[in-house]
Ligand binder design. Sequence first.
Ligand code: TNX
Length: 525
Amino acid sequence: MIKKSILLFVAVICMAACQTKKEEINFPKTDLASAPLIPKPIKTIPTGSAFGLDIGTAIYTSTTSPEFEKVGQFLSESIKSKTGLDIAVNTSSEDKLERLIYINQSDSVDLESPEAYQLYIKKDSILLNAKTATGAFRGVQTLRQLIPEKSNDTLADRPIWVIPSGKIIDAPKYGYRSSMLDVARHFFTVDEVKKYIDALAYYKFNTLHLHLSDDQGWRIEIKSWPKLTEVGGASEVGGGQGGFYTQEEYKDLVAYAAERHITIVPEIDMPGHTNSASLSYPFLHYAGAETPRVRTDMKVGYSSFDAKKDTVYSFLDDVIGEIASITPGPYFHIGGDESHVTKKNDYILFVEKVGKLVQKHNKRMIGWDEIAQADIDPNSVVQLWNSAENALKAAENGSKIIISPAKKAYLDMKYDSISEYGLNWAGYIPVDVGYQWNPETYVDGLPKENILGIEAPLWSETISNSTELEYLAFPRLIGYAELGWSPSEHLDWDDYKNRLAAQVPNLESMQINYYPTKLVDWKKE
Ligand code: TNX
């Protein structure tokens, strides 16, 4: 600890001492306020000058937490992959050190949200202040977005990446900013999910909800009930081979997300959407439901667990327990949607009993909006996808609501009639329609205080690999990032679409496929 503080002290002194040796660079005038940042920060104050990112730059981080050093390392790796520059983190070598990026833990009261950060960009230094490593990580994403794709090679005798100077004060509107990936209708590999996580991190999402089970497939290893994956994991929509994550693979995904300050929310959808589970263990099957068989079609609402059998709940105790034990995040999603063949009384009984099991395993329950019909603990979270009435009921109960209306936020809805992939039961969602709505006023009469945040779900009936997934998710996902983060007064389509157009170099460098809607004047080279 002391050694590290001395390091920083030496670095700063050296910088001051080196001033004279350093050649003065005459930067062209910059304007931080016109940088195409997404999500748009709360406040941006340009000062017209620039920080020259070059080989003479070093990163230092607060010594108070090892988490801050990891954030510094993430920045260093991001800089390396964008520019090729090797920038050391907390190095003791003073060689060539001319400019400093300092990631500082600060307890300033202005940083009320744990994800808030302040960025001070000057000629010789960048100071990133945050209360938590998560806040620092969000600030690092802003910095990544400010680094130009190309260096300026005429300013000095070496390439310099010109970062506009000024001040950014920023914090998210909502503490829950999520996307959901349906890995059940089609299975997505660990690497495909990691690629999606990388994109989520870049746009400051903090949650990835994984839809781990459905009629067509069960995707997570449960050691005490091995047939779930042996039998239930071996199918998917369209007849492909399916697949599943071992618990080790799931843990790896959770850790990968955590390094990006993203929480994984696991979902086991029930009592409906359970054909693959009942096929694996027939005792789970409800008498009113269709007889389980391998399902590769896209129908919904025909399967159910038996809500009256004790053995069903001891099975679920094991399933929820195993998943909870490898999920560090606070939530467990129980699904609860479209249980059309489950009698209402049975549905309510089921949700209430499963709610208790989730609590027993120290998780906070989330469910699709239908669960608001049951008597749920106010600490449970209700995810609006369809019924405003259910959302209002949940608010009356004191529950928080996640806003993800199918008509506005479903990434699996087609853009228009000629979209290659997607469904259209909730309508078409062109890129502007996906952006131009307000989660705060979407449900008439829903108090703002009850809104936990927003989520953009991506159901996978019509997509089965990263290219297809990205066609539906991009560019709309980027708009949901802004809806979840930026203050409502900053949400303006004409301003946003120009910033969106400027994402092309990033999408290309991350090798992300996107739908090149004609509504945006894409800035292609
Ligand atoms: C409705 S939204 C569903 C899913 C489908 C989706 C397709 C929700 C809670 N249930 O089972 O995959 O529509 O858009």
